[in-house]
Design a protein around this ligand. Structure first.
Ligand SMILES: Cc1cc2nc3c(=O)[nH]c(=O)nc-3n(C[C@H](O)[C@H](O)[C@H](O)COP(=O)(O)O)c2cc1C
Length: 279
């Protein structure tokens, strides 16, 4: 598999580390060579530092994992001061995509606006699965008007490409992808985790399901958006092997992100990238 052109730039291969599962790269630096990847999607960045949800934060089950991390992150200023400079000097070839989260449109806009001058950032991934406090907690990505407002507001403050990350439980994912595109997004990331509950297994109560059970769900969402909307897709959900990655690429994804499987085996994404390049 040769290099991939997306967001007006070249990714040396299509494999990314998925948002929230690799932090800002530091923890993995002594384990893998991050620069062998297509890129890294950072943990969500919010305006203020977030402690996240109480323990327990992850629970395994046979189909994968539930997590209730709660977007724990050091906050925008610490990311500007410490995380991005480190990542930018560490990476020569792998691309940086910054995942952005918030409770209001202004939260997202503040993060995107502040980070846009960083040349090292290839694109922003707008996590549209966060509850919108101004809309009674309904996810931004669940309602066309809210999604258009969010993406349009980010578009107006940034020249960088945007990819909008959508939930797998939306009734019409292609329709919401079209809304994102019409509001100025270059791509969509499909899919985020799926809401789930296992009794007394997480500090927060419910959580987000990731891992193997998401694979066919993400592949279908990718295929439908490619067929019906035609915009670029970052495929994510359940990838554990090179053949899983090929499922997304075959469905039309330009890039493929790996999360849960890389938590168990941090060397897996580089191995998959290498196997893909062997053809
Ligand atoms: C522990 C954990 C933390 C996550 N944090 C984020 C996040 O900060 N922002 C986001 O958009 N997605 C986040 N996700 C979702 C992943 O990026 C990915 O969409 C999902 O886990 C499906 O991929 P996978 O099956 O390969 O893990 C997180 C997932 C996990 C397991």
């Amino acid at each position: 598999m040769s290099a991939v052109q997306v967001f007006g730039t070249t990714f040396q291969n299509p494999i990314l580390l998925a948002a929230g599962t690799a932090g800002f790269g530091r923890e993995l630096d002594h384990v893998i060579d991050l620069d062998l990847l297509g890129g890294i999607v950072t943990k969500a960045v919010t305006p203020e530092p977030r402690q996240g949800h109480p323990a327990l934060r992850v629970a395994e089950f046979r189909g994968g994992m539930l997590n209730a991390v709660g977007l724990a992150n050091p906050g925008l200023e610490a990311v500007v001061e410490h995380e991005l400079p480190w990542l930018a000097q560490r990476l020569r070839r792998a691309r940086i995509i910054v995942n952005v989260a918030g409770a209001t449109v202004a939260d997202y806009v503040g993060v995107v606006e502040r980070l846009t001058p960083f040349d090292a950032i290839t694109a922003f991934e707008i996590n549209a699965s966060c509850p919108n406090t101004s809309a009674g907690g309904l996810e931004f990505g669940a309602e066309p008007g809210c999604l258009a407002e969010l993406v349009g507001a980010c578009r107006r403050v940034s020249t960088r490409p945007l990819t909008v990350k959508l939930s797998p439980v939306l009734p019409d994912i292609p329709a919401m992808a079209r809304v994102a595109r019409d509001a100025g997004a270059e791509a969509v990331t499909l899919v985020n985790t799926m809401p789930g509950l296992l009794d007394k297994r997480l500090g927060n109560g419910s959580g987000g399901l990731s891992g193997p059970a998401l694979l066919p769900i993400g592949v279908l969402a990718t295929r439908r958006v490619r067929e019906q909307v035609g915009m670029p897709v970052i495929g994510v959900g359940g990838v554990r092997s090179v053949s899983d990655a090929r499922e997304y690429l075959g469905a039309g994804a330009s890039l493929v992100a790996i999360g849960t499987a890389a938590l168990a085996d941090p060397r897996l994404p580089v191995r998959i990238a290498r196997e893909l390049s062997r053809g």
